[in-house]
Every structure is written in C-alpha cells, then in structure tokens.
Write a protein of this length. Structure first.
Length: 579
C-alpha cells in the first residue's frame, strides 16, 4: 500500500529496511477503487482462483458494465430542473479547468429492473472512462444501497491506459477472462474483445454524445438522435419552471414548482439485452455441467449465440457502403458475418445456396430490380440488419421494407461506422499476428529446453550442482582406491631393479630415497595403469645392461616428450624379461 507492507508496515521502497524483497514483486492492483493496494503476481493468481471457484460455486458470471450511453446519458448543457427522471449533480469539470459544473444524467428506461435481475446471475463491475468522483456519484445514484456494485468500480483514474480498458483485464482477472462478459456501446475501447456484447448507444439529450469518450477517438455522426434539444431549452425552461407564490396563513410566501415535465422515452433495449445475457449464462452453465476440462470460455459462448441469429441466410448488399471501401471492412458486412449469415457479392437466383436477402439503401439499382422480379428474395433496408445485430434476433423483414419513404442515401453506412469497422479488422489482424508470434516463441523455447543440455543445466539449483560435483569426486576417489587395492606388493628382484634404474645420474637422490620404501616411484602406478594396454608384454630378445644404459642416455634428451618416470618403467620391464 503506497510502498508500505500492508501486514507489518515496513517501507518496501527503502532498501536498508527491506534488503531481500523487491517492490517490483507487488505490481498487480486487484481492487478497482484502491489502486494503491498492490499484490504480487503469484498472490494475484491465488486470489483469482479463489474468486473463480466462488463464482462457479454460486453459478455466476462476471459482468463489466459501461455507464455513459450504455445505462445512462449525461450532459453538462442547461436543462430544465423539473425534467422527470433526470438526476442533477455538481462536480469539478475537466473541460472547465476543475471548476464546479452541473451535470444532468438520465437513466436508460428499465435500468433498475435490469440491475435487479442481472445481480442474481452476474457479479457486476462498473468500468467507465469517467473520473473517479463521477463514477462513484453515478454508482450511488444507480445503487444507493451498494448491493449491485459494492466497491467494484473502475474509473479513468484507475485505468492503466487512458484510451483503452483492455489493459485492466489482466489485473482484475489474473487467471483469465473465461467468466467475463462486457456490455458497452463501444467495442474499440476494448480492442474488439470477443467477450463484448455491443449495446446501441443511448441518447436522451440531443446534441450531446459521450462526454467521457477517449479524446483521440471522435464520434462522428452519432448525435443525430435524441429527445431533448439543449438549444431550445432556454425559452422552454423559462416557461415550464415558472413558480407559483402561495401566501400562507402567517402572511409568508412559499415558492411551489409546477408539475414535473415528462418526455416520452421509447428506448426499450435493456429488455433485449437482459434476454441476451440470460442466454449466455444458461449456455455457459449447460456446458459447464458436462464437466469438460478446461472450463468453458464466455467469448466462445458469446460468439456462438450471436452466430445463430441469421444462420441459414445468404445476404447481398446494394448501395449500403461505398464502392471505394472493401466489403470486408464495412460495418454492415462484418455484422452479417458475425450473425452467421453468408454474404454474396452478386445476387444468386439458382443453385444450392441462392440469395435469400437483399439489403439495399435505395431503390432503382439493378440488384433491387432483379430481387423484386424474382419474388423469392426478401428486400429490406439496412435498419433490418442493424436491428438484428443489436437484439441478436431474426427480426421480421416486413417491418423494414424498402420503399420510397425508406429509400435514401441517409441509409448508407456513415463514415464513423466504416472507420470503426476498418479499425476492427486491423485490430483483429494484429491480434492474430501477435498470437502467432507468441506461439512460435513458445515452441522455440520448448525446443531449446528439450535439445540444449546447457539450457537444462542452467535451470539446476546451486545445491543440485554441488551434489553433482560431489558424486563425480566420489567416483574418482573410488577408482583411485580400487587401483591401489589391485596392485601387488613388489618382489625382491623388482626392488633391486628399481635400485639399479634409480642409480642413474638423471634421477635425483630424493626420488631414489623415496623408491626404497618398496613402492613404485611417485606417479608410476597411475601412469602405468592408464597408458599400458592390457595385452601380452613385449619381448626383447637381444638386450643387456649396456644397451639399456645407452637407451637410457639417448632418451634423457627427450624430456619434453616423455617423463623420466615413464622411461624408467620401460627399462624395468625390459630388464625383467631379459633376466
């Protein structure tokens, strides 16, 4: 905790107080609201496994909940104070240089019911790019009793990256995200993680997008929808918030506001999101009950359920995205594929897999004409596909006809959607390349560990290396002792011969004295044992003492090649055989 040990209070940053422990071992922050509290990676994994077992025992999953434009919509523009279901609060604003500013938040219809139902099957965490005070203020409004989120609130202040939330996943869930489901109106801030259930953005205040969006990613063309226009609120506010002065019996006046203003909010998406999350939870524990190892992954469950939405359909597009954009990089194309549909570049009327749907933005194109003439292809406007993608349901095609009223270039995919689709394709490609590199590196290390003995030797501890050295020394000592046991005691004739040999002037007196002990001169035993092959002794037919003396004198000049002891051994063998 801030460089101090949470158990004993020792200063881990002071090397004199902590000579053995490195502060680098405590690097994982597992408590969202307390970033200063860190644990080691090993400790984090132990705690992560405990949480995983607890969730599986309670048959729960983890739900990471985004706030802005997912459950709420917030603006800092002026709005009527008596607008129904709008919460007003004052906080320091980063846009205003830290000065206090009023914020106004509207909850998505059905939020309270949604949180109540989800809390039974999911452990919910808040993950927002709002600052800490903003996140905790909204959490108190959503969950005043702290029964849904408790301390599990991740704000911008705790995010490891100011532009992406993905970096915190490994800290929050050190054992992996196998139990995690994410709901957010933006996939890009999660690096298009496969655990994300994309939610259509909720907008109540016209002209205001996500006030806590990452700065580097503009949201173009996404504020055209909404219910309340701040530019028209000044006169409306003056008219609606007039107060009545009531004279009491004591003669004092009291200000009484008029009735609350209620604006129609037709958003009903949370009911569909609730159905999606129930299906994910059910599918997960249906697979978990099969007792397969390892446990199921929520990202696989999310993808499989989404892919069932339009399975069996074959879609062709007309005028939905620009011709200069590759079809695979468009949002409409990616949505169709993720929903399980097959995309045709052109209309196919015959064959085993004919085109079933034409998604067109306007009338008058050749594809639209061919589809209508066939009578077998359902022609719809792009909103049909987007609605299917939002709800994970095969929506009724008759609700999304292509006619003069719905035919417009406005139905074309906007630039922001195309940009995000392109970014998604690039991100996924990069992730695949990184996974391939990691797999290749892992295989290379495994191969080195199996084939390189030095690599294996480096993994041995000091104690193991010491034991190996001791074993080698014991083997050498055992071999030496066995050699000495095998040697026979010298005979009197051998002793006499040794005396004659050592009487040579080339041998020192000290070595002669040592030889009188009845043993071989120093070094003879081992060198004879190692150098002399076990075969018949060579015979010298014509040799005498004079020839032996001349041989000895001739070889004294070869001290660099052979030692004096070796020459003496040769002479001894020759004299013994000649005698």
């Amino acid at each position: 905790m801030k460089g101090l040990c949470a158990d004993c209070g020792i200063d881990l940053l002071n090397s004199s107080d902590n000579p053995t422990t490195s502060t680098e071992t405590a690097t994982v922050c597992m408590v969202n609201s307390i970033p200063e509290l860190k644990v080691s990676q090993n400790r984090a994994e132990i705690l992560g496994r405990k949480d995983e077992k607890r969730l599986l025992k309670n048959r729960q999953l983890v739900l990471l909940v985004d706030l802005d434009q997912t459950l709420i919509h917030t603006t800092n523009d002026d709005v009527p104070r008596n607008l129904k279901d709008v919460q007003h609060f004052e906080l320091p604003s980063r846009q205003a240089g830290g000065k206090m500013q009023w914020f106004h938040s509207k909850f998505r219809p059905g939020t309270e019911h949604f949180l109540e139902n989800m809390s039974a099957k999911y452990e919910m965490h808040i993950a927002t790019f709002g600052v800490r005070r903003y996140a905790h203020t909204i959490a108190n409004l959503l969950d005043p009793e702290s029964k849904y989120f408790s301390h599990r609130i991740l704000s911008r202040d705790e995010c490891l990256s100011q532009n992406a939330k993905t970096a915190n996943l490994s800290a929050l869930f050190p054992c992996g995200d196998s139990l995690v489901v994410i709901i957010d109106d933006r996939e890009d801030v999660w690096s298009f993680n496969k655990n994300v259930v994309k939610v259509p953005a909720y907008r109540f205040f016209l002209g205001t997008a996500d006030i806590n969006a990452p700065v580097h990613v503009p949201r173009e063309g996404e504020v055209e929808q909404g219910y309340l226009d701040p530019s028209k609120q000044s006169t409306r506010s003056e008219r609606i918030t007039k107060v009545k002065k009531v004279i009491n019996k004591d003669g004092k006046t009291t200000e009484v506001e008029e009735d609350m203003i209620e604006w129609e909010d037709k958003d009903d998406y949370l009911s569909h999101l609730e159905d999606i999350l129930h299906r994910i939870h059910k599918r997960y524990y249906d697979q978990y009950n099969l007792k397969n190892d390892p446990i199921p992954l929520t990202k696989n469950i999310v993808q499989s359920i989404r892919a069932e939405t339009l399975r069996g359909t074959r879609i062709c597009f007309s005028g939905v995205f620009s011709r200069c954009v590759k079809p695979g990089l468009s949002y409409a194309y990616q949505s169709a594929v993720s929903l399980g549909s097959v995309v045709h570049n052109d209309i196919i009327l015959h064959g085993d897999e004919p085109t079933t749907h034409l998604v067109a933005s306007k009338l008058g194109t050749k594809k639209v004409s061919d589809a209508m003439k066939s009578g077998k292809i359902k022609t719809v406007n792009p909103n049909w596909l987007y609605q299917c993608a939002d709800r994970w349901q095969h929506c009724d095609e008759e609700l999304f006809p292509l006619n003069e009223q719905t035919s417009s270039d406005a139905n074309r995919e906007n630039l922001e959607a195309t940009r995000l689709a392109k970014k998604k394709a690039e991100t996924i490609k990069q992730q695949i390349e990184e996974e391939k590199k990691k797999e290749a590196e892992r295989k290379r290390k495994e191969s080195e560990s199996k084939t390189d003995p030095i690599f294996n030797l480096c993994k041995l501890s000091k104690q193991e290396l010491s034991n190996m050295d001791k074993e080698v020394d014991d083997l050498i000592d055992g071999a030496s002792s066995s050699e000495s046991d095998d040697e026979e005691a010298p005979t009197p004739e051998e002793i006499e011969l040794k005396r004659k040999v050592l009487s040579s002037p080339s041998v020192t007196d000290s070595s002669s004295d040592e030889s009188l002990s009845g043993e071989y001169p120093k070094g003879w035993k081992r060198k004879i044992k190692l150098r002399r092959p076990k075969c018949k002794k060579p015979r010298y037919d014509n040799i005498d003492e004079s020839s032996s003396d001349s041989m000895l004198s001739d070889n004294t000049d070869k001290e660099d090649e052979e030692s004096e002891e070796e020459l003496g051994a040769k002479m001894a063998r020759a004299l013994l055989e000649n005698s």
